[in-house]
Design a protein around this ligand. Structure first.
Ligand code: 48H
Length: 256
């Protein structure tokens, strides 16, 4: 007969099994927004041991909010985007200007796609620092997000990975730590170039172009790529995020 203590024991056993199993992985992706979840699926599809770390309890990042909380987002009519929508089973309505998709369906199905492919998601955990050896990022330093919120002085734990992806969106948190503590990024100034004001026509292409290695072992994708390499924002159009997530996965797969 099930009781409270048995419930507790089962939860703890599986949680600790997971934590131990994922202390060494191929790829850590910080941030479960659209670009991070898409990257996770395509890496895990290729048998890459992929851990997605999200500091909030909910996955999805900026998708849930749609455009100013209206629950739809747009993506472009592009062959590669149709393929991604198909891979995740996301339904769309075709308008003259693009494909309209539900923000709620998209957030849920991107998560389902990543998990079904075999990616692991740790939520409520923040990446607060990196591990570095021989001038290469080789892991992340993590702590409960609640510890950060409460301002408690609690030492973190560390996971090793062959590659780290900064998919933390606008604040590009991992790259910021690297600039502060480790050294020059592969940007013109060596620092974070900074996100620029809205210019959709430019930024949707730039976010894909800026998806690349920013420091040995550290890749940037999604809004973090535009923040790090200095490009405009684009509002609630997500084709660039989709293609950026796919591109970072392809780049890492090539390296592996
Ligand atoms: C763990 C962290 C940490 C941390 C943050 O912002 P996101 O949705 O990311 P993207 O880049 O995939 O998508 C961007 C898109 O949502 C967006 O904002 C657009 C298109 N904006 C255009 C505009 O004009 O405004 O998700 C990032 C995720 C979030 O869930 C954060 O909670 C999480 O990363 N996160 N997770 N450790 N240190 N920092």
């Amino acid at each position: 007969m099930i009781n409270e203590v048995k419930t507790t024991r089962n939860i703890l056993k599986h949680s600790f099994d997971d934590l131990i199993k994922y202390t060494e992985v191929d790829v850590v992706i910080a941030g479960a927004g659209p670009s991070g979840m898409i990257a996770s699926k395509y890496l895990a599809d290729n048998k890459v041991k992929t851990l997605l770390i999200e500091k909030k309890l909910s996955i999805g990042g900026g998708i849930w909010g749609g455009g100013m909380m209206f629950p739809y987002i747009l993506v472009q009519k592009d062959r590669r985007i149709y393929e991604i929508l198909k891979d995740f089973g996301i339904k769309y309505r075709s308008e003259k200007d693009g494909l309209v998709i539900s923000s709620i369906e998209t957030a849920s199905k991107l998560c389902a796609g990543a998990v079904n492919a075999g990616a692991k998601i740790f939520n409520g955990i923040a990446v607060e620092d990196v591990m570095i050896r021989k001038n290469r990022i080789c892991g992340v330093v993590i702590n409960w997000a609640a510890v950060e919120v409460a301002g408690l002085h609690v030492d973190p734990l560390t996971l090793s990975s062959k590659f780290v992806v900064d998919a933390t969106g606008h604040p590009s948190e991992v790259s910021n730590v690297v600039v502060r503590k480790v050294g020059r990024l592969k940007t013109p100034s060596g620092k974070i170039e900074g996100e620029k004001s809205m210019w959709l026509e430019k930024s949707e292409n730039l976010v894909v172009k800026n998806t690349k290695e920013a420091f040995p072992g550290l890749y940037v994708c999604g809004m973090a790529a535009n923040a790090v390499f200095g490009a405009p924002r684009m509002g609630p159009i997500f084709g660039g995020m989709f293609l950026s997530g796919k591109k970072v996965a392809d780049k890492i797969l090539n390296k592996m």
